[in-house]
Design a protein around this ligand. Structure first.
Ligand code: NAG
Ligand code: NAG
Ligand code: NAG
Length: 413
């Protein structure tokens, strides 16, 4: 049955087998808190810890026999997509996170503040739900998350994964209160999945639900037309060639970086370093000395909370920063690495990682990224930012009848 559906899908895909889902660029926690006048207070309470979600420390300590899951206190995260879990479906906004591997959403039993303003999963009303034996527990810089694992049908776009294992949280870190997303859908490798829970994309591959074992992400700077597509590379999101880099580790989407240069001179990553491509981190994060060097070369001053500030008026005079991966140069102009909230401009370069570089949304917005499980490579191409055509027309996302012919999606309605 499933195979037939896939074959049918490959030839003529009506809305039933749509392979991509629109990502919404919602409000970041920073924006929400600035509007409420609570940003100063909150960032004192929750200092930026861009690598908290990676549990570098707890991996070493291994004091948590039940495993850890990713949480975040990233104030600038803003992209999420809607998935559903259960029969009948219950909807959740999730961060499609290539920097972690578990799926989790809040549960009806969760009494934490963060669960009160988010959608919560009710297993009691899903006919396809079953509990798993394990519980999950997250130790996290600013709090913890605990929950139960269960299995249910998870629908991503119109791909339905049956018996997908996921976490239903019972307590959550307070910082999540400020986030638009209810939960996280991890797109990294099984290796780093807590409780060895099979990641959603691994099930999609095993069950033959994708045409090719890859997914691709386009992040737009404006709201509305960012996309994650499963099983297909969509050529209208990029220009030029896709440059492929083999993974150096199949855990995160990890690759070797050759250097980071500014105006032809090495500014960071001297002699090479390791980097991961992470949609679940908003900034480009690296070791403190490297990041401080970049920020000082572009003329930023770092405040007491670690935000590197620049005068918004200086953006046109600031140099581009080039990341070299596998012999290819990926250059980010100042207009793309500066983030503006009201009249405040911060750079997209954040400190706090012990050694691994994290190429987050600031990087991915510039480069359409293909996460290829067929040959364990990452493909990067210059993203297109003002594309014409049906796919990027905001109306196309509300188009219910589409026809997929090879790589193109045509709106029928
Ligand atoms: C909620 O709590 C009750 C009682 O502690 C438990 O039986 C039930 O399984 C829990 N449900 C969820 C979704 O965690
Ligand atoms: C990996 O696969 C892509 C297509 O899916 C191909 O274009 C690329 O050349 C391959 N790269 C390597 C290193 O095998
Ligand atoms: C994301 C998506 O394509 N959703 C569609 C799935 O199919 C139903 C009908 O079967 C449509 O209503 C949705 O819009």
């Amino acid at each position: 049955m499933m195979k037939w559906a896939v074959v049918l899908c490959a030839i003529v895909a009506l809305a039933e087998c749509q392979m991509k889902i629109t990502l919404i660029k919602g409000k970041s926690a920073r924006q929400t808190l600035v509007e409420k006048g609570k940003w100063e207070e909150t960032r004192k309470k929750f200092p930026s810890k861009p690598t908290a979600k990676f549990n570098f420390a707890s991996k070493v300590k291994s004091s948590q026999p039940t495993g850890n899951e990713a949480m975040t206190n990233d104030a600038d995260l803003s992209y999420y997509g809607v998935i559903s879990i259960g029969t009948p479906p219950q909807s959740f906004k999730v961060i499609f996170d290539t920097g972690s591997s578990n799926l989790w959403v809040p549960s009806v039993n969760c009494t934490s503040a963060a669960c009160q303003n988010h959608a919560r999963f009710n297993p009691g009303t899903s006919s396809t739900f079953t509990w798993a034996k394990e519980s999950v527990s997250i130790q996290y810089g600013t709090g913890s998350m605990t929950g139960q694992l269960g299995y249910d049908t998870v629908s991503v776009g119109n791909i339905s994964v049956t018996n997908q294992i996921f976490g239903a949280s019972q307590t959550e870190a307070t910082f999540m209160t400020n986030m638009d997303a209810d939960g996280i859908l991890g797109l990294a490798f099984p290796d780093i999945s807590s409780s060895s829970a099979t990641p959603v994309f691994d099930n999609m591959m095993t069950m033959g639900l994708v045409n090719q074992d890859l997914f691709a992400i386009y992040l737009s700077g404006t709201s509305g037309n960012s996309v994650v597509s499963f099983g297909v590379i969509e050529s209208n999101f990029y220009t030029g060639q896709i440059h492929w880099t083999p993974l150096s580790s199949e855990s995160y989407w990890q690759i070797k970086m050759t250097s980071v240069t500014i105006q032809g001179k090495t500014a960071a990553c001297q002699g090479g370093c390791q980097a991961i491509i992470d949609t679940g981190t908003s900034l480009i994060v690296g070791p403190d000395s490297d990041i401080n060097n970049i920020n000082s070369l572009i003329g930023a001053t770092t405040d007491q909370y670690g935000d590197a500030m620049v005068d918004c008026k200086n953006i046109p005079n600031m140099p581009a920063v080039t990341f070299t991966l596998n012999g290819y140069a990926f250059t980010i102009p100042a207009s793309a690495y500066i983030l503006q909230t009201d009249n405040t401009c911060i750079t997209g370069f954040g400190t706090g990682s012990p050694d691994l570089w994290i190429l987050g949304d600031v990087f991915i917005r510039q480069f359409y990224t293909v996460f290829n499980r067929q040959n364990n490579t990452v493909g990067l191409a210059q993203a297109v930012h003002s594309v014409k055509g049906v796919l990027l027309n905001p109306a196309a996302s509300s188009c219910s009848n589409t026809l997929n012919i090879l790589l193109y999606t045509i709106c029928l309605s």
